[in-house]
Design a protein around this ligand. Sequence first.
Ligand SMILES: [Zn+2]
Length: 369
Amino acid sequence: MPSIAPVSRRRFLSDVSRFSAFSAFAGAIPFAASAGVIADDPRVSQTPLVDAGFASVRKIGEGLYATISDPSKGFTTLCNGGFLIGKDAGLLLEGFGTPAGASFQMDAFHKVTQVAPAGALLTHYHFDHAFGNSVYGANGIQLWAHSAVAGRMMDSYVSMQGADRATFLAPLEKRVTDAKTDAAREHARNYVTTIGNVFDMANKTSLAFPNRPLNPAKLPLQIDLGHFPIIIEHHPGHSGTDLIVRVPEQKVVYTGDLLFSSAYPATFDTQCTISGWRNTLKTFSSWEKDTLFVPGHGPICGQQGVQSLRDIFDDFSEQAEKMHKAGVPLADAVDQYVIPEKFKTFPVFAWGLCIAPSIAKLYAEMGAK
Ligand SMILES: [Zn+2]
């Protein structure tokens, strides 16, 4: 098994669609590109530059653009991204879930500028950010990422290629059979479907690896795109390979998956640490009040978006502690978390990728104390 925790839940409306597992992430309500007070932020253009349904691109500052996915309308991009344009060069962000997704954003980039992209930066190695990477090499664009990204992609996705699907999913199927409660069975079934979808995507994808590895020990990295200074930083939390792009002059931050806006966070990665992630969010909170965040998933947000995610981690922590104190074994606790009323509208990509591993990691952190 690659870096995906073998636990799960979440009822599936239908297994008819190949991508039914991703429908859970789409949630009941379509994602707006921006939410709340951000809708009135003068930096954020009301009219998108392009809107393909599955994603739209809009201006969010001088030379700054955000690509915001709406998975309720298709899975071409899956994650958010964006691009930055200076006087001399541009920088594209993310490889998206498919090559068509990366092409969609690259077309938008060429629509607004004649400058060449200095590179395309992956915020981390996960499939929904990296399976469209091949577009960049094919267009002579250097692919930048944390130096551990190539290795993590190899371990997680190359291992799926050419493998026998049934054998690969068998240990996960067993969890469905062994489930003791309806909730646990639903979570397990949902997890099999989700991982099955990732398996199918991996087998359809020509993986492309970064050719400009960024050593985290040498970050932050300051770059000038031509009267346009930006900073690339590494922060712990989501995947161990996470990079963010900051534009301090305009108080704009592209966070990758270190920020899920109005959505439950994906915490399945073996390198994901809840305490590290909470510290990173604390850092985000310490930045200016009117900072604009482009999250890895969900609408563009301000500081209140960071606060909501911190509240979710607080809630994970409270519920995990309560169960731990009451002696609930981990195998049961992972299925017993209750989504509070105030987060009911927040999509959960998959229980086994977002909630079960959060509880498991918090149990481990408590056990280590
Ligand atoms: Zn991710």
